[in-house]
Design a protein around this ligand. Sequence first.
Ligand SMILES: [Zn+2]
Ligand SMILES: [Zn+2]
Length: 222
Amino acid sequence: MNCLLCNRRLNWRPSFADLLLPGALHPPVLCPTCQASFAPWPGSHCPGCGRTSHEGRLCAECRDWQDRLGWYVPVTSCYQYNQAMKDFMHRYKFLGDYRLRATFQRELTEKARALGDCFVAVPVSAETMVTRGFNQVAGMVDLPLTPALVVAGKGKTRQSEKGRAARLATPQPFALTNPALVAGKRVVLIDDVMTTGRTFYHAATLLRAAGAAQLRGLVLAA
Ligand SMILES: [Zn+2]
Ligand SMILES: [Zn+2]
């Protein structure tokens, strides 16, 4: 087995303790150098979007959502959105390297299962499915995903192609398929990267309106 990112050979052998532990063995998919380039998500972050710049308090954008909606969604992240993570997302999403979906799959899947029992991925537009060939969020987890949301209308412009102000002014890009899919459930809304929270909160608004009993957010990086 080689490192998924740099292709260096991984010299992993299960330790005696690994062999004694119940359950499947989990060999690493990254070499120590690549793994170390990603910064773990710290305990101190904005509770509404998980971004790390606001120590324990809601950031300005989440305060905005809180004022407008009267609620916010507690978000958990796996990593900080540092340069290594930006490079990773570029390779995975924009260069369309689908093999990389396995890189953080185990972490995301375990965290999601700890947060709830109904899993919804932020959807991508039909155009993105055609150009990229996959939903980057759905690919990164090993979970039964609930298809509660779709992209409404003509499909959204890619977030990365817009400026921050334009992103914040976007109208609701999603629609509910069937409220019964999430009503009364402990829903985990999963996205890849948290930037302004705009897309995330549009999706969250619909899930809440559909009667989700509990709503939590999970992202790979914030
Ligand atoms: Zn590597
Ligand atoms: Zn925030």
